[in-house]
Design a protein around this ligand. Sequence first.
Ligand code: NAP
Ligand code: HSE
Length: 434
Amino acid sequence: MSTVKIGLLGFGTVGGGAVDILQTTLPEIERRLGHSIEIVAVAVRDLNRPRNVKLNGITLTDDPMSVVTHPDVEIVVELMGGTTLAKTLLETAIKAGKHVVTANKALIAEHGNGLFALAQQHNVMVQYEAAVAGGVPIIKALREGLAANKIEWLAGIINGTGNYILTEMKKPGADFAKVLNVAQELGYAEADPTFDVEGIDAAHKLTILASIAFGIELQFNKVYTEGISKISANDIRFAQQMGYEIKHLGLASRTSDGFALRVHPAMVPKSVLLAQVDGVMNAVMVHGSHVGSTMYYGPGAGAGPTASAVVADLIDVIRARHQPIVDRVPALGFNTLQSASVVSIEATNSAFYVRCTVLDHSGALAKITSVFADFDISIEHVHQEPSTDNADQAWLAVTTDVVSEAKFNQALASLQSLADISGDVMRIRIASVH
Ligand code: NAP
Ligand code: HSE
C-alpha cells in the first residue's frame, strides 16, 4: 500500500478534527482508499498554544510556507482561514503542482474564480466540500448527483452559528451575546463572529452554491446580505404565535432578468421542513428541473462534521490522482471488502408499540401489564379506549422501553395466549434514528 503525504495549514477546530479523523479512523480510510495517508507537517500561528488533539510525533511549525513547499507534501490542506495569506499559500501550492483541499468559504467565494483558473492551468485539483454546510455533502450532490438537472432554485440554512442562536433564542430569557459565546466555545463561529451574525459567512456559501447550481462565475459582492443581529426574542415569539419560525436563509433562483442571490432572515411556515431545522443543523433544498425538490440536512459546523467533509475531499483527490479511472470510486466504496457476520433480527433492540383488543372487564389490563413485568419490559405509555366494534371490548395501545427483539417476542407470545385478548396482537417497532 503506498502512502500519500499531506501538509496541514491550521490546527484549530477543523484542523484538529482532521488530524483526529486521520489518526483514529485511518485503518477504515485505508480500506476504502487502498492507500495510506501521512501528515508530514502542520502549521499553526502559536507553537505554544495548548492543543486538545495529540500530534503523535507530527511536526508542528509556525512557518506555513514551509509546509506548502515541503518536498514530500503532495496535497496541501488549508484550514487556517482568511483571504490574504491563505490565498498566497494556495497559489504557491497550485503553482508547485500540489493539489489543494480547503474549508475556506471566504477564500473560495472571493477568490475562487482566479484560484480555479490557476489550478486548471497547473492541472491540479482544488476541493472545498467543507466550505458549505459543514458535514453535509451538498457540493457533491449539486455537482454530481443532480448533474442531469437544470437547477431552478435553492434555499438553505447555511450558517450553523446563526441557526444555533435563533434556536436558542426561542428559550425564555436567552441572551444573544451569551448564546453567541456558547457557539464560539463549541467551535461553530468564524474567527470574526460578525461574519456569522451579519450574514457574510452565509453569503460566501450562497455564492459558492449558486455558482455550482447555475454554472455562473462566483460573484460574492452581488449577493444581497442581511444578518440576524436585529432579530429580537420578541420577533421570534411573535413569529411562532403566527405559525412561523424565523430562519436565516440563503436563496438563489433564476429570474427572467438574471439570478437572484440573497441572504436574509425569513419567516418560514412551521409546516415547512426548513422551519424544523434547529441548532447547528444546516439544510439545503434544491429544486431541479427533473428531480423536483430535494433536501440535504446535517450538522453545519464544528470539528467532527467539518473535518469529515475535509477528509472526504482528501480521499477524492487521492483516488483521482492514484487510482485508475475505472476503479476510481470502488463499486461499494471500499478498495478492500471484509467478510462480515450479519446479526439476526432477534439480536437487535427496539422500543415497541403494541396494539390489541381486550375484553372490557376488570383485571384484564393488570394481566397484560404483568406479562410485560414478567419479562422485565418497562411500559412507557398506555392508552385505552372503548371499541366501537364491540361494546364488551376495548382497544389498548402500549409502548415499551427499549428491549431486545428476542425478549419482546417471548412477551408477545405470552400476551397472545391470554384469554383476555381477542384477535391478533399488533406490534410496530419504534424507530430510534436521530
Ligand atoms: P480556528 O479554530 O481559528 O483555527 C485556525 C488555525 O489556523 C489555528 O490552528 C491557527 O493557529 C492557524 N493559523 C491562523 N493563522 C495562521 C498563520 N498566519 N500561520 C499559521 N497558522 C495560522 O479556525 P477553524 O474554525 O478551524 O476554521 C478554519 C477554516 O475552516 C476557516 O476558513 C473557516 O471558515 C473554515 N470552516 C470552519 C468551520 C467550523 O465549524 N469551525 C466549518 C466550516 C469551515 P493557532 O492554533 O496557533 O492559533
Ligand atoms: N461559522 C460557520 C457556521 C462554520 O457557523 O456555519 C461552518 O461553515
